[in-house]
Design a protein around this ligand. Structure first.
Ligand code: PNS
Length: 163
């Protein structure tokens, strides 16, 4: 049984994330989508909210599990017997940071491989920050997020903008 982790902030989940998660689900027997803490980002959604949105957005995919973890990604991978970390690469601009994380993770856990999947061209420009900005200023986020969680994401973004 081959297990992979799809890690990220998922603040909130976008169609770009779902694209990568679906691709990973075809390559591995079991894929754990893990909401982790990125110390460089100030999240808008709690870990529980992000997990809940992910659970709804991945409902139709059989071999997916959703988890949350505050600790090292490689520790989470070891706890779950995962052999790979799967991440999406959108553009060259993603590369340096992702490469740095992949090499660090390899130093910490040489047996866990990081794999990069290329996003579909349709989602190349997409990010959670773009979704938050568009939603905050009243734009239409429906082309960027899964239908089933659209209203919930928009409501939370709007709630936050009133604080
Ligand atoms: O979606 P993001 O913000 O690009 O994901 C980054 C994330 C959450 C995967 C990364 O920050 C992470 O792995 N955090 C857990 C802590 C950790 O292991 N840090 C060392 C990686 S170099």
């Amino acid at each position: 049984m081959r297990t992979a982790i799809c890690p990220g902030s998922f603040d909130p989940v976008t169609l770009g994330h779902i694209d990568i998660i679906k691709r990973a689900s075809k390559l591995f027997d079991r894929v754990i989508v893990a909401v982790l803490v990125n110390v460089e980002k100030q999240p808008w959604f709690t870990i529980d909210e992000r997990m809940d949105l992910l659970r709804k957005a991945t409902k139709g995919i059989d071999n997916i599990e959703i988890a949350g973890f505050d600790g090292l990604l490689v520790e989470f991978a070891a706890q779950n017997n995962a052999s790979a970390i799967v991440k999406g690469l959108r553009a060259v601009s993603d590369f340096e940071y992702e490469f740095q994380m992949a090499l660090t993770n390899r130093k910490l856990a040489p047996d866990v491989e990081t794999m990069f999947l290329t996003t579909s061209t349709e989602h190349m420009y997409l990010s959670s920050s773009i979704v938050k900005q568009v939603g905050l200023w009243g734009g239409d986020i429906s082309p960027f997020v899964p239908d089933c969680v659209h209203d919930e994401i928009l409501m939370r973004i709007r709630q936050r903008s009133r604080h």
